[in-house]
Design a protein around this ligand. Structure first.
Ligand SMILES: [Zn+2]
Length: 171
């Protein structure tokens, strides 16, 4: 089911999510709701979505891996690369705002699937950035926090005179 987003200024998005303890029907429908809600986004498209963004404060997110939304339950980072890279990030919980965030380029995660089976996954580049962004949501952290701590700039989308969208710095 497609759900509405929890977004700033609603401070609930800052809550810390709880570990999933039972891999039951409610977890399966939560994962499906995340996939349905993420898949329904067209402008911009969603690359991932975390449970607190639809008002469920459990450690679950979905991330687009090889063009498919994959659920991660109780995810944990086990390894981060030393090399980093910057990417312009946005978030459905910080509507219309974008900013460049520097993060490790490669990450290894341990997580469970919705049936409770543990898996380990190493992801690179864009997919590595997606899972780090989504994992942050489970601790109430938003990409704008990283932009701020990295002394970066925030941008918003604005239509120019020709009706095309462009990014304009938020001062
Ligand atoms: Zn987000």
């Amino acid at each position: 089911m497609i759900k509405p987003f929890v977004a700033l200024p609603d401070q609930k998005i800052r809550s810390t999510s709880q570990e999933v303890r039972s891999f039951d029907q409610s977890l399966q429908s939560l994962a499906q709701d995340l996939i349905d809600t993420a898949s329904a986004q067209t402008n911009p498209v969603a690359l991932g979505l975390a449970a607190p963004q639809i008002g469920v404060f459990k450690k679950v997110f979905v991330a687009r891996i090889r063009n498919k939304f994959k659920p991660f339950v109780n995810p944990k980072i086990v390894k981060l690369s030393k090399n980093t890279g910057s990417l312009m990030e946005g978030c459905f919980s910080v509507s219309g705002v974008y900013g460049s965030v520097t993060r490790p380029q490669e990450v290894t995660l341990e997580a469970f699937d919705i049936h409770g089976k543990k898996f380990t996954k190493t992801l690179k580049n864009l997919e590595a950035k997606i899972v780090q962004h989504e994992l942050d949501h489970l601790d109430g952290i938003l990409f704008i926090d990283h932009v701020e701590s990295q002394n970066g700039k925030l941008f918003k989308v604005k239509q120019n005179k020709k009706g095309k969208e462009e990014l304009v710095e938020i001062l």
